[in-house]
Design a protein around this ligand. Structure first.
Ligand code: IFM
Length: 448
């Protein structure tokens, strides 16, 4: 399978997950969360992480050796607040010097703690603070950066952060999670306005390929509800300029949505340079029946918890699809990625698509055929989508390096490059060599 010559072959990381250097910046909600007993595996923190703040030149050299054409990284808002924008300035120059396209994301979950102390994403002012921060970063970098992502996976920020509480800041208010979702959307819209109109500005969603267990009306309705909460709460205003009616109805007992002010939806509905799709696994849902055990652990892949990340969808049950799984317990099914790319191609004709994240956690081994098989299957699905007319312009593998996997701490390894956290030595896995060949040639060959 041959990919187009101008396909953007990249890898992705995020500031909190790799940078370390926590003492040199303001605190984020993840610093606080890591220090809250029981929230993060083994009490792990982002204090050192993969020490990228020290080893960034080496990491850029590694990317160049792997033949990467683009690097998706995130900018730490707390670091910018404490005067650390110079780090990203130097990183951008170094990437360009190595012929690698810098693709920064403005927000990958590390809200400054001081903003959470003032109410966090449920407060409208946080969106305005984000716009000011976006303008500041734009002033420093926009002369050399043409691809920008405003937010990474706002679903996780809103619903894992404020409803289920498995992510920072660990709050469990369904009503607040809906306010957070809206203010994240608003932050995106305001940030687009703060970036140059000549830039390609997008957002990276983690849309869910939701499937119903059966074709029964109840199961199809369960799918509709989750589709609204996982996908259309974002794509509604982003792509069509309004929140879906069924979402407002489903959540009416929790919120009257009066936090959406006149003009907000139009503001969110900005022209997009691209839509970023982060994809790992599909979701399988059904309606709860009399036999459903309400105490059974949730299997929606977002951490077992007594608080649901799905406001107003208590009647929905998540099922573990059959078949192979990654080390996260996520089922491996690349058809979900093809489905999503085709869905957005139909829904927003002509809108360029980027796969802004895709990859898998497996055992720490340097020889990692399961990861190669996962990547090969998902890249084949992308190739099929391209053939079917989806305008997919690039692929960012998650992740370049092993890193801090949020509430799982350092216990899960997503890197194509192994990191020894004791010595910070980087060692490319077999998957890195496999991916390097693909990035150099655009030719997808069999793994192993
Ligand atoms: O590590 C995360 C990343 O920060 C956001 N998307 C999913 C990845 C794997 O869980």
């Amino acid at each position: 399978m041959t990919f187009p010559g101008d396909f953007l072959w990249g890898a992705a990381t995020a500031a909190f997950q790799i940078e370390g250097g926590a003492q040199a910046r303001d605190a984020s909600i993840w610093d606080t969360f890591c220090r809250t007993p029981g929230k993060v595996h083994a009490g792990d923190t982002g204090d050192v992480a993969a020490d990228h703040l020290r080893l960034w030149r080496e990491d850029v050299r590694l990317m160049a050796e792997l033949g990467l054409k683009a690097y998706r990284f995130s900018i730490s808002w707390p670091r910018v607040l404490s005067g650390g924008l110079g780090f990203y300035d130097r990183l951008v120059d170094e990437l360009l010097a190595h012929g690698i396209e810098p693709c920064p994301t403005l927000y990958h979950w590390d809200l400054p703690q001081e903003l959470e102390d003032r109410g966090g994403w449920p407060e409208r002012e946080t969106a305005h603070a984000f716009a000011r921060y976006a303008a500041q970063v734009s002033d420093a970098l926009a002369d050399r950066v043409s691809w920008w992502t405003t937010l990474n996976e706002p679903w996780c920020s809103a619903f894992l952060g404020y409803a289920s509480g498995v992510h920072a800041p660990g709050r469990t208010s369904p009503a607040d999670s809906l306010r957070a979702a809206h203010h994240l959307n608003l932050a995106h819209g305001l940030a687009v306005g703060a970036l140059p109109s000549s830039a390609r500005v997008g957002i990276a969603l983690n849309p869910s390929a939701v499937r119903a267990l059966t074709d029964s009306p109840a199961d199809l309705d369960a799918r509709r509800r989750i589709d609204a909460l996982a996908n259309r709460v974002f794509t509604g205003p982003l792509l069509h300029g309004s929140y879906p009616e069924d979402l407002l109805t489903d959540t009416a007992a929790l919120s009257d949505w009066s936090f959406v002010r006149p003009g907000d939806e139009a503001l969110i509905h900005q022209p997009l340079g691209f839509l970023g799709v982060n994809y790992y696994t599909p979701a399988l849902v059904s309606a709860a029946t009399a036999a459903t055990d309400p105490a059974a652990p949730r299997s929606d892949g977002h951490g077992s918890t007594s608080h649901s990340p799905w406001p107003g969808a208590d009647s929905v049950v998540f099922h573990q699809p059959p078949g192979e799984r990654t080390d996260m317990g996520w089922s491996i099914d690349s058809s979900g990625l093809h489905d999503l790319l085709m869905r957005f191609t139909r829904e927003a004709p002509g809108l360029p698509l980027l796969v802004t994240e895709n990859g898998a956690a497996f055992a720490p081994d340097l020889h990692d055929p399961p990861r190669i098989a996962y990547l090969e299957a998902h890249l084949s699905a992308i190739h099929r989508a391209l053939r079917d007319g989806a305008p997919v312009g690039g692929y960012f593998l998650w992740s370049l390096l092993d890193n801090f996997e949020w509430s799982y701490g350092y216990s899960k390894r997503f890197g194509i490059v192994h990191v020894d956290y004791g010595t910070q030595v980087r060692t490319p896995r077999s998957s890195a060599r496999w991916y390097a060949h693909l990035a150099r040639t655009g030719l997808l060959r069999s793994g192993g």
